[in-house]
Design a protein around this ligand. Structure first.
Ligand code: 5GP
Ligand code: MG
Ligand code: MG
Length: 183
């Protein structure tokens, strides 16, 4: 079963399924090297990071526990405000752990910089970020992202965990939506 039935709603594919798989494999190797012998904890940000987490953790040549956080960013529509509310907190204490935040996309960077600061205040050994996508032209705050899958143009994208009104998260590729979807 593939997701081509949804692919008809895409205007343009920016990152293909194969490109994602290859890149996550590369990142997984770098990450495993970095955290060898360390107490690594993967922290996914719901819901967008579900696909990246699933594929990254299977590509990782080491085992690591996974925890999840859900946040909501106050703001109008598709714009992030940087004011963040925790909808679901981590299950466990992260003190002394090497935390790797796994994200779908860094847009303005506001949400992620808030999450990073929040986790850093809990006394972990370290906090780093791995994101599949980043929009360099949309950055409003500098966030130190150690691992980036792909830099993409400043356009609204869906697929591979990313939604439009909660739809399209199951697409295997990342792309922009055709205009007919919005109208
Ligand atoms: P921020 O602007 O704070 O960096 O992005 C916050 C969140 O907005 C991301 O985690 C993601 O859920 C959502 N977001 C940002 N850009 C896009 C996009 O192009 N497509 C979709 N579907 N969500 C996005
Ligand atoms: Mg996200
Ligand atoms: Mg969304």
């Amino acid at each position: 079963m593939d997701s081509s039935h949804m692919g008809a709603d895409l205007e343009r594919v920016l990152v293909s399924e194969t490109e994602i798989e290859t890149r996550l494999g590369e990142l997984a190797e770098e990450i495993a090297k970095e955290y060898e012998g360390k107490d690594l904890l993967l922290v996914g940000v719901l819901k967008g990071a579900v696909m990246v987490m699933a594929d990254l953790m299977r590509a990782l040549p080491m085992t690591a526990p996974v925890d999840w956080m859900a946040v909501s960013s106050y703001g109008s529509g598709t714009k992030s405000s940087g004011v963040v509310r925790i909808l679901k907190d981590l299950d466990a204490d992260i003190s002394g752990k090497h935390v790797l935040i796994v994200e779908d996309i860094v847009d303005s960077g506001l949400t992620l910089s808030w999450i990073k600061a929040n986790l850093e205040s809990r006394n972990p050994a370290s906090v780093e970020i791995c994101t599949l996508l980043r929009k360099p032209d949309a950055a409003k705050v500098e966030v130190d992202v150690k691992w980036v899958g792909f830099d993409i143009p400043n356009e609204f994208v869906v697929g591979y965990g990313l939604d439009y009104a909660e739809q399209y998260r199951g697409l295997r590729q990342v792309g922009t939506l055709a205009p007919h979807v919005y109208s």
